[in-house]
Design a protein around this ligand. Structure first.
Ligand SMILES: *[C@@H]1O[C@H](CO)[C@@H](O)[C@H](O)[C@H]1NC(C)=O
Ligand SMILES: *[C@@H]1O[C@H](CO)[C@@H](O)[C@H](O)[C@H]1NC(C)=O
Ligand SMILES: *[C@@H]1O[C@H](CO)[C@@H](O)[C@H](O)[C@H]1NC(C)=O
Length: 538
């Protein structure tokens, strides 16, 4: 890969030296704000003028703005008064799913001088979801003679809310056969089990129904129900058993939908319907249910939704095999998602100043931008560079923000425009690269004086000329542009004060044309000298 190597050497890389621009670039405090989900757009969150101690006039003058880590405009900064206002309705469940503390990180950025203030917005849950059971009818086949105290696991109800707004308790309709026992799952959620209290007799009662209710802890609480239909069967001696308690499998995140993840299998020593097994998930999380599927007969687990290591790196899938008599065996599958380099780096330009004046002091901030890569590990580590034959530098600033600054004063008369390519490459396999092109124009400063094309001019005039004769011209040029380059000419006072210059020649201020003002006489005056000046209008 020689060409790639050559190219890498010609660019300046700034991966590891974290130079901070100026002194107090980053305010050390993190400002914390909170808002309940589903609040109206325009809701007042805080006032940064009061909190961060900045002047109201500085907000607009210093280009203040709010930037969230995922670049979404959740909040709006009112530059007239410093109010932070809600810019869109926030749905906590969509933003953070099951994460209990839903925090959105952001920066309040001041551009000039560059300064960052860290802040976070806590989105508080409201009880806007009801517990629901996956099935509103559950069939439980239990053989008569089943021992008292035998447990029958029931699938838990789901509630999209978190914390106390999630499912807190279950109740069962009063009945003589079962009582309810609450268990804690691996993820800390509760699930219900029925405990057999009184032996079942098919001849007395062949089937009956119970109502199971799930209640959340909101105020007021919400609840959902499912109907359990119990059918009493003949003797069932043995519960199913899986080959092993835990299956572990590694799955690349790029796996196509409908891929076979694993095949599980359990055995049951009973014959007939009591030995017929059905596989299913058992009190699994919503994410598992969304992402995987188990075939009830074959025990094959398939992928139903794309995997994304960056969102969920592993899953625990609790599975059960239930025989025809409702006895069950349990096991779990640990799915480890393997990260692939599937996200290219991203560049977000925050500010760009163009044109910039020539001769400005070094380290003038030309652009501020941030980079991110949503992959993990090396797949998400980035190197940021620009080409190295230009008088600009990249400086890492705060977190993933970079500043493009001038390395030394630039000279418009040498070059008036720079096309700068910002290249961000991640260190994954394969490497992914993103480019962003900016054009920086250099504006003129009147740093050049006009210069005459010759240091002296000699003009010849025949005597007895007519007055107002055009006798020649001088010319000066100025390397600046615009009015800074517009030259005006004038006669300078003579060094010999006795020469009556004013009566001999004149000059056109615009074009440098020289004129004799009266008829000259060779016998009286054979030669004379005068001085001409050129000034620009800058
Ligand atoms: C669940 O509900 C039952 C019946 O209302 C009640 O007796 C029990 O204390 C509750 N458990 C919890 C943990 O709130
Ligand atoms: C910069 O890019 C623009 C547009 O692509 C092009 O017209 C211009 O000539 C380039 N300037 C330089 C100095 O390369
Ligand atoms: C940026 O500019 C370079 C050089 O002119 C060009 O090769 C490249 O395609 C441009 N990239 C983008 C993203 O426009």
């Amino acid at each position: 890969m020689e060409p790639a190597k050559g190219r890498a050497q010609r660019t300046r890389q700034v991966l590891l030296f974290f130079v901070f621009l100026g002194g107090s670039l980053v305010c050390s405090k993190t400002w914390s704000y909170s808002v309940a989900e589903e609040m109206e757009v325009g809701t007042f969150i805080a006032n940064v003028v009061k909190d961060m101690g900045v002047d109201v006039e500085d907000l607009a003058a210093r280009g203040a703005r709010v930037i969230f880590d995922d670049y979404k405009p959740y909040l709006r900064l009112d530059l007239r008064n410093g109010d932070l206002l809600l810019n869109r309705q926030l749905d906590r469940e969509a933003l953070c799913d099951l994460t209990e503390r839903c925090i959105l990180h952001f920066q309040v950025l001041f551009e000039n001088p560059l300064q960052f203030s860290r802040a976070e917005l806590l989105v508080k849950d409201i009880n806007d979801h009801t517990p629901t059971f996956l099935d509103n009818h559950i069939l439980l086949k239990i053989s008569e003679g089943t021992a008292l105290g035998t447990l029958f696991q029931i699938d838990s109800a789901q509630d999209l809310d978190v914390g106390k707004n999630g499912v807190q308790n279950y109740t069962i309709s009063p009945n003589p056969h079962f009582h309810l026992k609450l268990r804690d799952s691996d993820e800390g959620r509760k699930y219900p089990e029925l405990v057999l209290d009184q032996s079942l007799d098919r001849e007395k009662e062949a089937e009956f129904s119970l109502t199971l209710t799930a209640v959340d802890g909101g105020s007021p609480p919400r609840s959902g129900t499912t109907l359990i239909h119990v059918v009493v069967l003949d003797i069932n001696d043995n519960a199913p058993e899986f080959e092993k308690p835990v299956y572990e499998v590694h799955v690349p995140e790029s796996s196509p939908l409908d891929s076979l993840i694993i095949k599980v299998s359990a055995t049951d020593l009973d014959a007939g319907i009591n030995g017929e097994l059905t596989y299913s998930f058992s009190h699994v999380s919503r994410d598992v249910r969304k992402t995987f599927e188990i075939h009830p007969i074959s025990g094959e687990v398939y992928l139903k939704a794309p995997l994304d290591y960056e969102i969920i790196p592993s899953y625990i899938i609790n599975i059960q095999a239930i025989d025809g008599g409702s006895l069950s065996g349990k096991a779990s599958i640990l799915v480890q998602v393997v990260d692939m380099n599937d996200n290219p780096p991203e560049i977000a330009m925050t500010s760009l100043t163009s044109p910039i004046p020539e001769n400005s002091s070094p380290e003038m901030v030309v652009a501020v931008f941030s980079i991110r890569d949503q992959d993990a590990g090396d797949n998400g580590r980035m190197v940021c560079s620009i080409q190295n034959n230009i008088p600009f530098l990249l400086k890492p600033t705060f977190k993933n923000f970079y500043a493009l600054v001038t390395e030394r004063p630039v000279d418009r008369e040498v070059r008036s425009e720079y096309n700068i390519t910002i290249t961000v490459t991640d260190l994954g396999t394969p490497r992914l690269k993103t480019e962003y092109n900016i054009t920086v124009l250099i504006s003129d400063v009147n740093d050049n004086a006009p210069a005459f094309t010759q240091t002296s001019y000699t003009l010849f005039v025949r005597e007895n000329n007519s007055p107002a004769l055009h006798i020649g011209s001088v010319s000066a040029t100025d390397r600046d542009s615009g009015t800074n380059a517009q030259v005006t000419y004038s006669l300078l006072p003579p060094q010999d004060p006795h020469l009556p210059l004013a009566s001999l020649v004149s000059i056109n201020a615009d074009n440098g044309h020289l004129f004799a003002l009266r008829s000259l006489d060779y016998e009286a005056l054979q030669a004379f000298e005068f001085r001409v000046g050129a000034t620009d209008r800058g």
